[in-house]
Write a protein that binds this ligand. Sequence first.
Ligand SMILES: Cc1cc2nc3c(=O)[nH]c(=O)nc-3n(C[C@H](O)[C@H](O)[C@H](O)COP(=O)(O)OP(=O)(O)OC[C@H]3O[C@@H](n4cnc5c(N)ncnc54)[C@H](O)[C@@H]3O)c2cc1C
Length: 478
Amino acid sequence: MLDKLPHSIDPTLLTRFATIVGDKYAITDPQMQAPYVVERRDMFTGRTPLVLRPGSVAEVAAILKLANETATPIVPQGGNTGLVGGQTPINNEIVLSLNRLDRIREVDPTSNTMTCEAGVTLQRAREAAAAADRLYPQLLPSEGTCTIGGTLSTNAGGTAALAHGVTRAHVLGIEVVLADGRILHDLNKLKKDNTGYDLKNLFIGAEGTLGIVTAAVLRLVPRPRAIETAFVAVPSPEAAVALLTVATERAGGGVTSYELMPRLGLELALRHGSGLRDPLATSHQWYVLIELSSQHTSGLREVIEEVLAQALQRGLVVDAAIADSIEQAKTFWRIREMLGEVQRHAGGSIKHDISVPIAAVPAFLKDAHAAAVALVPGARPMPFGHLGDGNIHYNVLQPDGADKADYLAHWDAMNAAIFAVVKKYGGSISAEHGVGVVKRDLLPLVKDPVALELMKSLKRMLDPKGILNPGKVLARDP
Ligand SMILES: Cc1cc2nc3c(=O)[nH]c(=O)nc-3n(C[C@H](O)[C@H](O)[C@H](O)COP(=O)(O)OP(=O)(O)OC[C@H]3O[C@@H](n4cnc5c(N)ncnc54)[C@H](O)[C@@H]3O)c2cc1C
């Protein structure tokens, strides 16, 4: 997906960049570069003359200063788990990996904050919070690899956003290296700070196009004392939405996750996931995974039982299994977490990460299904994901036995068909994965023109030479 001729960088300039981090951390060997240029789903393969792995904020600043002076494009990267190609050096840019900035600078259980450098993985951040008897309330299936810098830069969502919000809700302070190498020091722990514009939110969700995040102060919450997890069969998406209402009316903010799964996804997970079995005795078309949590050590089991009993009575639930152990709850979650990955066993999958108002999800699913099969007869929609946020990964699998390449040739047309339905219901074409290169050219079609113009103005102001992740989110200036 080249969008201009590959950028070529003078070898003596490459040496100047390498000197900043030292030869050991300046990777030029293509084999050693592979983990930084190949995205794990193989949707994007980039190319770079140099991967830089700075070990300090000062080194990041020195790299950007030189990049700015020499108009050298840079692609920042965390764990390389992004799903929209934002972290891939598509035009031979230098890769700036933040994974050596991996110190947890502080955990402060009294202020309920944690200060992490950009390269700390989400899993390590959560473990450090747990060691202080706190919860860092963000959870992504990619937690072992994705980084705090990456989650901030994509404003990631995940399976706990229903109760705790997306990344923006977790960030109190930020440290950012600007395009010219200056450092914005804003690592404050304050809940209240009305001293002007909220600059940190410019960099959160900017996908590395406005600055390099080097550290952040993250908000912690008390660790739950009880968790209940149920795998529930529902007769329809309408029933799933109604069940969510029953659960939130009874448990309020204690509904931490509410995930939708179709039968097709469960079948693929059971077929390709080792040691998994169907949690329910008979098969059903739709399932939800519900997680409730509470600060009270007792009583939560009764709450989930009440919710399910009430829903059963109203015909909103047809069968359910409540996890009897942490192990069983993990098995339920494993099924859900495998849904993204197991699709590859079914051939080509045309993916969408959309959101619509929760009440509109059932109608969206119906219309999107009709649109998908009208375009490709026999196509198999496999919608799953964060129903509690109105965020559905609306992936459409190829017809059984079809040729994968022939099917994937429908990618743009399928996107257009599904996005038309998203628009009809007032939704978003990118709920949580971002824009990157995958959705960049669609942005002008869906974004308010004034908003788009403001975005371009901000980009020009913060990165006048266009060195930061050029061509991602916004097209390059002509
Ligand atoms: C199995 C799987 C499950 C996933 N589930 C979810 C999910 O539930 N919800 C969700 O929201 N996402 C999900 N993702 C997507 C992905 O994990 C998130 O987008 C994550 O936030 C990316 O973090 P990363 O460190 O891997 O960033 P990368 O992939 O390395 O980078 C992502 C973007 O951020 C930029 N960037 C990275 N670090 C910095 C930095 N320090 N400063 C400035 N820019 C930077 C990059 O240039 C790129 O544009 C999933 C991915 C996988 C593979």
